[in-house]
Design a protein around this ligand. Structure first.
Ligand code: HEM
Ligand code: HEM
Length: 224
């Protein structure tokens, strides 16, 4: 997260915010229903939970496809503090503006350095996390379809190669935990960068937490 001219709407345009909201909701529902399928903690809702799981699985996959399409061919988004949009996919790969900042970013996250290095929009760890999540959703979709009755038989060779249905089910479950842990970190860091959070979620421009309000302009001097 860049430190820090204030976040702009162009940095998090409405389509990106809406897709982020949808991803968040889908992951939340998939985690809740997934937990229930794994360990039904109250009675009588398995049918509803499984149906919800499949509906939101399809929503998650559809929005991932649209998000990738938008990153390459959409109207683009801007670096932090700027209103000038460029193609959004560029923020997910190496950027010359970020050169040499990875070490500083790591030190900042390990509490070895006070200030985060200034980056264009996302730092290297954010970029890696976002791409990792995209891949993880693909793996979750494949293992999920291996477990889903209508598609299971088509994927049987893969299921055997991985060690059988129980093993696939275990991978699917463990990957949920990877999502939970990494999303918890993502939430913590997002809330620390309050203005990015408010812009991304609500399109509201605000100051970073704890930042001083801009000092009012001095009163014009009176000539006697
Ligand atoms: C992306 C597409 C996904 C598909 C197609 C899918 C599909 C499935 C299917 C078919 C099952 C088995 C249901 C049953 O046994 O009746 C299942 C279980 C489960 N899913 Fe998903 N799922 C997907 C994504 C996710 C995600 C993103 C999460 C969590 C972050 C998740 C968490 C779980 C959990 C925890 C279970 C229970 C596993 C167990 O019994 O140990 N799923 N899913
Ligand atoms: C309550 C939960 C969440 C909060 C508070 C949150 C907050 C944020 C914020 C503030 C940003 C902008 C970061 C910046 O500009 O520096 C962001 C970006 C992002 N988040 Fe989340 N997030 C949450 C859940 C999720 C989930 C569940 C996913 C998907 C698995 C996700 C995926 C992403 C991605 C891919 C980006 C970067 C791409 C984009 O800007 O659309 N987030 N998040």
């Amino acid at each position: 997260m860049a430190d820090h001219p204030l976040a702009t709407r162009e940095e998090h345009p409405l389509p990106a915010s809406l897709m982020h909201w949808t991803h968040l909701l889908s992951i939340a529902v998939l985690t809740f229903t997934g937990f229930y399928i794994h360990w039904p903690f109250f009675e009588g809702a398995m049918g509803v939970m499984r149906n919800l799981h499949f509906v939101f699985a399809f929503i998650l996959i559809a929005v991932l496809v649209i998000r990738v399409y938008w990153a390459f061919l959409g109207a683009g988004s801007a670096p932090t503090g700027s209103r000038r949009k460029i193609r959004d996919y560029k923020f997910f790969g190496p950027q010359k503006e970020n050169r040499g900042t990875l070490g500083g970013t790591l030190k900042y996250y390990l509490f070895l350095q006070k200030e985060a290095p200034t980056v264009s929009k996302y730092n290297g760890l954010q970029k890696a996390t976002y791409i990792f999540w995209g891949l993880l959703i693909v793996v979750q979709a494949i293992t999920g379809f291996e477990l889903w009755t209508p598609t299971a038989s088509a994927l049987l060779p893969l299921t055997y190669a991985l060690g059988g249905v129980i093993v696939v089910r275990m991978y699917h479950y463990l990957i949920m935990w990877v999502f939970l842990v990494t999303t918890a970190l993502h939430i913590y860091l997002a809330v620390m960068h309050w203005d990015e959070f408010m812009m991304m979620f609500f399109g509201v421009k605000t100051r970073p937490r704890g930042a001083a309000a801009p000092s009012p302009s001095p009163a014009p001097e009176r000539t006697p």
